[in-house]
Design a protein. Sequence first.
Length: 417
Amino acid sequence: MRSPSSVLIVGAGQAGLQAAGSLRDGGFAGDVTILGGEVHYPYQRPPLSKAGLQSDTFPAPTIRPSKYFNDRSIRVILGEHATRLDRARHSVFTSNGRELGADHVVLATGASNRRLLIPGERLRGVFYLRTVDEADALRAALRDAERLVVIGAGFIGLEVAAVARKRGIATTIVDIDQRPMSRAVSPQMSEYFMDLHTKAGAEIILSRTVEAIEGHDGVVQSVRLNSGEQIRADVVLIGVGATPNVDLATDALLQVSNGIVTDEYLTTSDQSISAIGDCASFPAAHGERIRLESVQNATDQARAVAAKLLGRGQPYSATPWFWSDQGETKLQIVGRVSGCDEMLVSGDPNEHSFSVFCFRDGKLSGIESINRPADHMAGRRLLKLSSAIPIESVVGAKFDMKAIEADVRSREPEAVQ
């Protein structure tokens, strides 16, 4: 594709910031504009459920100061939502009535909290957590809280539960599934975190749905489950996942399916529009189409799109990796562990230092690590080297990461960069 003369990035999160910065770093001389619905400059979201709740004050974890954008002639428009994408005019209209035109539009619209549409969801004392403003409100509520109910045993819910227990708040976690983080980690890892949080004093109730959040005079008092159980609460956090922000794309008749559909170059069904980050559904291995919510995915896709717009595009194929800090425990994941059919554990979970090697069709697909950063970093190198590491190589090397890597390099010399 020809290099555009101007680029408009819709979304002022991690992906939007990286796309703009990578364009300038790569020598792009045209106009670059970032449009963001929040009033804050791009900031990091991961700390909001961790360090952001551990003290009474926590400044917004801004990634770059305003000087960064000024020095690079990146125009930043904050506090204005994109309301319409006009493909024929190559324009985006904003909530302030502004029309912004550009040769190429990058949709970095992110995702939003999945709402739990039950009675009492909007009572005072009920929170979601995705933005810095939501983190500020939850932090203030936890300051005097005695009983917290977390609805959803995913990353966000468990991270907040760990902070609450550390602050001495009685905490109950409720989830519809049969194990914590069931869609993101292996059964072995779910079992480990179930034990970890229970020993920290949290109560975990699984295979239950929440029928209502109940209160008095508009303030939350309890959570009612489908089993009839009533759980007292003065603070409730709802963490039941996120949904991609696709309204702009849908209204513009772009292809959408669990995100804005792109090809391997992150181009949408319109060649003048790309999508990156949490909102993008892109092709992956095994003919699958996936959507990832992670800092790594956002920044790597942003770099890939910037390279494409600079005429140096390559199919996007970065190895995904994630992390979660829950109390003093660090979980790191590289590759893909969902859909795996065999898992092998290296190390001792009782010592809080182990890794789970996950295989799909006999090939290494991902590695989960607890307090083993060396395993995680080696796993990132391994899965970048080869997507076809057989289970026999891992077992034969007795999970020695250096030996596995040496074996891969001896069998696949073309993988050596």
